[in-house]
Design a protein around this ligand. Structure first.
Ligand SMILES: C[S@@+](CC[C@H](N)C(=O)[O-])C[C@H]1O[C@@H](n2cnc3c(N)ncnc32)[C@H](O)[C@@H]1O
Length: 317
């Protein structure tokens, strides 16, 4: 099994500019690649992961950290409440590395992979409805919408029809075969046609877009003035959420919501600044870690303005 190789680690560390004694949040602990790097700069780290396996596998690192690492088995959208329960109101940096880890993908029994047959699970937190529950219970239109929206799959309707006709579906191998047949597959294809459908179902089931929005809003709350935000995403759907959030919060575009408190001038004061151009992996990193090919890093610095999220009802409260 291949270990999880952290992506854009040098660029993330440069953006975070960690100072000894600072407090940082790693919202996506995974195999701890980023956390280890931040710890080695002398910071205290609160590392979140909603996957109980990732937390269990990090316990040794936590016990060796001399009290500098606290693992938090929680969604990162809830970082504000979780930090408060540890007596922390403000942090110096927040890092999010969105998506699945290699451990989740490689373990067939977690049900994320179309390459290895396993139960159709796909739940990061191991709680709630599984992918099999969704595909066996939802109606055809809903399945098609999910595959279209989160997979950007033009043949979503055809795939949804094939899924409903083949129910019940219990295994990843079965789903992959249904999708390949519906879409048309030949072994010479660059990308397996099941990729988009698996991605879509995973994103839907784990509410990944909503989590990302909630995580960004929560980071806006917990970052002190001058605090740094670094977010790595792996496809355009997620990158668009980060890009829009930072453009809006830095005042580059007007606020998307009419419900935001408008100040005497144009709108709320920017809550982020120094929004850097997106960073992509170089050729050398892509050669040694193919996962880096689709990675985009966006970074920004928190200003002293109030969080805009206060105006969004129910968000990050
Ligand atoms: C791409 S991996 C992170 C890898 C990590 N940066 C490293 O270097 O090992 C993403 C991890 O974030 C976790 N995760 C995804 N969404 C989450 C959320 N909303 N809240 C907490 N953890 C989440 C996943 O369970 C997975 O372990």
């Amino acid at each position: 099994m291949s270990p999880h190789v952290p992506v854009l680690i040098a660029e993330v560390l440069a953006a975070l500019a960690v100072v000894e004694g600072e407090i940082h949040v790693d919202g996506t602990f995974g195999a701890g690649g980023y956390t280890k790097a931040i710890l080695s700069e002398g910071a205290r780290v609160f590392a979140f992961d909603r996957d109980p396996d990732a937390i269990a596998e990090g316990e040794q690192l936590e016990s060796l950290s001399g009290g500098r690492l606290t693992l938090v088995p929680e969604r990162f959208s809830r970082m504000r409440q979780a930090l408060r329960s540890h007596g922390v109101e403000e942090v110096d940096g927040v890092t999010l590395d969105i998506g699945v880890s290699s451990m989740q993908l490689d373990r067939a029994e977690r049900g994320f992979s179309f390459q290895a047959d396993g139960p159709l699970d796909m739940r990061m937190s191991r709680e709630g409805h599984s992918a099999a529950d969704f595909l066996n219970q939802a109606d055809e239109a809903e399945i098609a919408d999910v595959i279209y929206t989160y997979g950007e799959e033009p043949k979503s309707r055809r795939i949804a029809r094939a899924i409903v006709a083949a129910r019940p579906i219990e295994r990843t191998g079965q789903l992959a075969a249904i999708v390949r047949k519906a879409v048309g597959y030949n072994p010479g294809m660059k990308k397996d046609p099941a990729t988009r459908t698996f991605q879509a179902i995973r994103i839907h089931l784990n509410e990944e877009i909503q989590e990302l929005e909630g995580g960004l809003a929560a980071a806006e709350y917990v970052l002190r003035s001058g605090g740094r935000l670094a977010v790595v995403t792996f496809h355009s759907l997620e990158d668009r959420v980060v890009k829009r959030f930072l453009r809006e919060r830095s005042g580059a575009v007007p606020a998307a919501s009419r419900h935001l408190p408008v100040q005497a001038n144009d709108g709320p004061a920017p809550s982020f600044e120094a929004v850097a151009k997106p960073v992509r992996a170089g050729e050398a990193e892509i050669r040694s870690n193919p996962r880096a090919r689709s990675a985009t890093l966006r970074v920004a610095r928190r200003t002293s303005a109030s969080p805009w999220s206060k105006a969004y009802k129910g968000m990050a409260s």
